[in-house]
Write a protein that binds this ligand. Structure first.
Ligand SMILES: Nc1ncnc2c1ncn2[C@@H]1O[C@H](COP(=O)(O)OP(=O)(O)OP(=O)(O)O)[C@@H](O)[C@H]1O
Ligand SMILES: [Mg+2]
Length: 377
């Protein structure tokens, strides 16, 4: 069992300039935790502090309840794989993997067994005599991983390990990393820019911006219940649609209107318990899949309605055709089956499933949550 606790950790490279602010993360034993966020938000800084390569300005880092905040990297039992592999160019693959064990003065036969084990696991056992320059990017990446695995540390840190690979290899390695984690069950903290990598690999995702964690949750939580507009826009491809709406009120209740340029207008009832006033401006968040071709068997569902929308443009991706609409002046992407044959300039019957509709405060960016309703008397 290995637990890693980041408690109120802060980092200032220079006085007065805060790079990381009060980071709190409780990483569970065996967990695959992913850090995502835009360039410069502090992901590598946090990883380097966990590894001991960068000093901690405030707060504590605990490994199995032991304070390692100021421990030397070699005393931490944590292995890091860098974006740039950092292989020793003059050593062959075998020695690159063996190096960390030689430094730790492992007996020769044990080192040999360990290198063979790791090389087999990563399917690089036929490459052991080659130098890094004689390997493809994906193979170098495996060697870098092998070097970390051979140490059998308590925690692995991966800082964008796949970002140098081409798209196809990246997807393959993503699957490999996932299998590896399932097989070994070790604790992993993994940085990526790629939100698909984040969604597919993580047990939990921490979304960072400007040195602050915006949300920590399972991929589903982050995708379906983002805390704010930043998280909502960062995760999901194509991105969530944001539509400006105004709260209206009739005897039937509160609703917002969605109008396109052809005059189509749908009314969306607001969730009960949402603390908003009539005439208040909100941002409605709808994932592209909330709009789809009409599927008659779904039309009876409470939150589902249909309308004919004017198509501005289409972007076929293969399995779906992304169909651009304009609603309340905002560009909106719908995810439509290619068979529906959307055509730019023509109207297309579409179905809107508003069961996943989210509402945000346009000023603070925070998601508005429905307050619990008092139980019916
Ligand atoms: N050694 C340093 N001295 C001063 N500032 C630094 C240093 N290292 C990083 N920074 C700054 O700290 C901030 C966070 O950098 P960091 O490398 O952690 O970002 P990141 O989230 O890993 O970005 P990327 O996704 O581009 O790798 C940046 O503004 C960066 O310029
Ligand atoms: Mg970085």
């Amino acid at each position: 069992m290995t637990s890693l606790s980041i408690c109120n950790v802060g980092k200032q490279y220079q006085k007065g300039a805060t790079t990381l602010e009060n980071i709190n993360l409780e990483i569970r034993s065996g967990e695959f935790l992913i850090l995502v966020g835009p360039s410069g938000c502090g992901k590598s800084t946090l990883m380097n502090m966990i590894a001991g390569l960068e000093s901690v300005s405030s707060g504590q880092i605990l490994l199995n309840q032991q304070d390692i905040t100021h421990a030397a990297p070699s005393q931490r039992d944590i292995a890091m794989v860098f974006q740039s592999y950092a292989l020793y160019p003059n050593m062959n693959v075998y020695d690159n993997i063996a190096f960390g064990l030689q430094i730790r003065k492992w007996p020769k036969d044990e080192i040999d067994a360990e290198v063979q084990r790791v090389a087999k696991l990563l399917q690089i056992d036929h490459l052991l005599k080659r130098k890094p320059a004689q390997l493809s990017g994906g193979q170098q990446q495996r060697v870098a991983m092998g070097r970390a695995l051979a140490r059998r540390p308590k925690v692995y840190l991966f800082d964008e390990p796949l970002s140098n690979l081409d798209a196809k290899l990246r997807v393959e390695m993503r699957t490999e990393v996932k299998k590896l984690h399932q097989r070994l069950g070790t604790t992993i903290v993994y940085v990526t820019h790629d939100q698909i990598e984040a969604m597919t690999l993580a047990d939990r995702i921490a979304v960072m911006k400007d040195g602050v964690i915006q949300q920590l949750g399972t991929p589903q939580e982050i995708y379906q219940q983002p805390n704010n507009l930043f998280v909502a826009s960062f995760i999901g491809s194509p991105a969530m649609n944001f539509i400006p709406v105004t709260v209206q009120h009739t005897a039937q209740g509160r609703f917002v209107e969605l109008k396109d340029q052809s005059g189509t207008c749908l009314q969306l009832a607001l969730p009960a318990g949402l603390a908003v006033k009539t005439d208040q401006q909100l941002v409605l968040g709808l994932r592209p899949e909330a709009f789809s071709e009409v599927q008659p068997h779904k039309l009876s569902q409470a939150q589902v309605q249909q309308g004919e929308f004017l198509v501005e443009m289409t972007e076929p991706t293969g399995p779906d055709t992304l169909t651009l609409l304009r609603i309340n002046g905002a560009e909106v992407t719908a995810r439509v089956a290619p068979q529906a044959n959307p055509q730019a300039g023509a109207k297309l019957p579409l179905m809107l499933d508003a069961s996943q509709a989210l509402f945000f405060d346009p000023v603070s960016g925070e998601r508005l949550r429905a307050l619990a309703q008092p139980a019916a008397a």
